[in-house]
Ligand binder design. Structure first.
Ligand SMILES: CC(C)(COP(=O)(O)OP(=O)(O)OC[C@H]1O[C@@H](n2cnc3c(N)ncnc32)[C@H](O)[C@@H]1OP(=O)(O)O)[C@@H](O)C(=O)NCCC(=O)NCCS
Length: 398
């Protein structure tokens, strides 16, 4: 047996694996920047499609370019015909994230440029993905509820059209704008797990759709984008809880996490959570349902106080904590909250995939190929001695 050193999976914390010009986080100060612009300013002044343009092309568009981009997105919204037929065949209880992930290769099959590996063709693929992911999520939600998918309405904003295709009612402009701001806030976040998954996959020279399918899988996990749905379920579970601090203590004593709290990079409140917190308060007032915001605040206060008591001073709300109540008040069911994250993050994923593929005009990107420390078995000089199955004793199978 070798004397291998046991190393813990450190989750690559603090290790820079590539250069990027797309986004930047200062985790100590709680700063998030897309292409040089602070997230607060984009949330206030930009739209999701303008932000998507910024992420993809590296600069804000002028009026004409934004109109052109918006038109291209609107033109691509219609799903290829065979996709509805495919969705109809999926069991209705399937998770919308699984359906979304499974549908991305179907979009690839319908893209005549799928194998075209130029920057321009990849930007066009990105436009199709940004355009079609919302349509897919909305179509699946309607199909699973026995309803007909709805055609897009190009008179609405990107977020407004999603709400229309989902609910079959034209949203009020204020709600559409609030959802648009949510999409801006979720559009990119440096080398998070899903973005890294996208970049890792396309470093093999696989196409954009393969990278995006991997990204959706990574996003679905409860430690990543899946946390927003868990936050909503937590709020529903504790709706009638009288003693929230005691509930928080019980959770931690049982080794459970408070979902929507803590972050691998932020050591202070996530700047996106601050914006979403205020939005949650405002929507609670607007819709006359302050309970989700008020409950979220009570959980935040109890959790932060308990974390501080335990010396875990850096655990604060992340983006998922207040987005849950915001989405709930917009009529988004809990299991669509993570797909909603995906149809915003698609802009960042595509920008990163393009950067991974084309950042250096002189050379192809390196294939990601980290090493591991082998701590498995050795027997004999080179490896285990293979025994015929009849000769193996149960004890030799470890
Ligand atoms: C996001 C997350 C994975 C970041 O983790 P990280 O910075 O790598 O830190 P770790 O998971 O190693 O946690 C460090 C310590 O804080 C604890 N901790 C972290 N987040 C916690 C939470 N939300 N609730 C309770 N404890 C938490 C861990 O259990 C760990 O304790 P230990 O040292 O006693 O084992 C983590 O905070 C988490 O799981 N949060 C909840 C899920 C979530 O909201 N995910 C969305 C992220 S945007």
């Amino acid at each position: 047996m070798s004397e291998a050193v046991h190393i813990k999976n450190t989750g690559l914390r603090g290790i820079a694996v590539a250069d990027t010009k797309i986004s930047f986080i200062d985790g100590e100060q709680g700063i998030l920047i897309y292409r040089g612009y602070r997230i607060e300013e984009l949330a206030e002044k930009s739209s999701f499609l303008e932000t998507a343009f910024l992420l993809l092309y590296g600069a804000l568009p002028d009026k004409k370019k934004l109109e052109e981009f918006t038109r291209h997105i609107a033109e691509e919204r219609k799903l290829p015909d065979f996709i509805h037929g495919c969705l109809e065949k999926i069991p209705k209880q399937a998770s919308p994230m699984d359906v979304l992930q499974a549908s991305v290769p179907l979009l690839a099959a319908a893209d005549p440029e799928v194998a075209e590996e130029t920057r321009e063709a990849n930007v066009r693929k990105a436009i199709r993905l940004i355009s079609r992911l919302p349509a897919l999520v909305a179509a699946w939600h309607r199909i699973r509820n026995g309803l007909e998918p709805l055609p897009p309405d190009s008179g609405l904003t990107h977020a407004g059209n999603f709400l229309w295709q989902l609910h079959g009612e034209k949203p009020d402009p204020g709600t559409a704008r609030d959802l648009d701001v949510c999409l801006i806030l979720h559009a990119d976040h440096t080398f998070n797990a899903s973005t890294f998954a996208c970049r890792e996959v396309v470093s093999t020279q696989a196409h954009m759709y393969s990278g995006v399918a991997a990204g959706i899988g990574a996003l679905s996990g409860p430690l990543h984008g899946g946390a927003n749905a868990r936050v909503m379920r937590m709020l529903m579970e504790i709706e009638s809880e009288k003693d929230i601090p005691a509930w928080v203590r019980r959770q931690l004593e049982q080794g459970k996490k408070i979902m929507g709290m803590g972050h691998a990079v932020y050591k202070t409140t996530d700047p996106r959570a601050k914006i979403l917190r205020e939005m949650s308060r405002r929507l609670g007032e607007k819709f006359g349902q302050p309970k989700w915001y008020e409950l979220s605040v009570r959980v935040e206060q109890a959790a932060v106080a308990e974390f501080e008591r335990r010396g875990m001073m850096t655990l604060k709300p992340n983006v998922d904590f207040y987005s849950a109540s915001v989405y709930c008040m917009m009529g988004i069911p809990a299991d669509l909250m993570t797909p909603l994250f995906a149809l915003s993050r698609i802009a960042g994923w595509c920008a990163h995939i393009i950067e991974e593929k084309f950042a250096d005009a002189q050379k192809k990107p390196e294939l990601y190929r980290p090493e591991s420390e082998y701590i498995g078995m050795y027997c004999g000089q080179m490896g285990c001695v293979y025994q015929e199955i009849e000769d193996r004793k149960p004890a030799s199978q470890s």
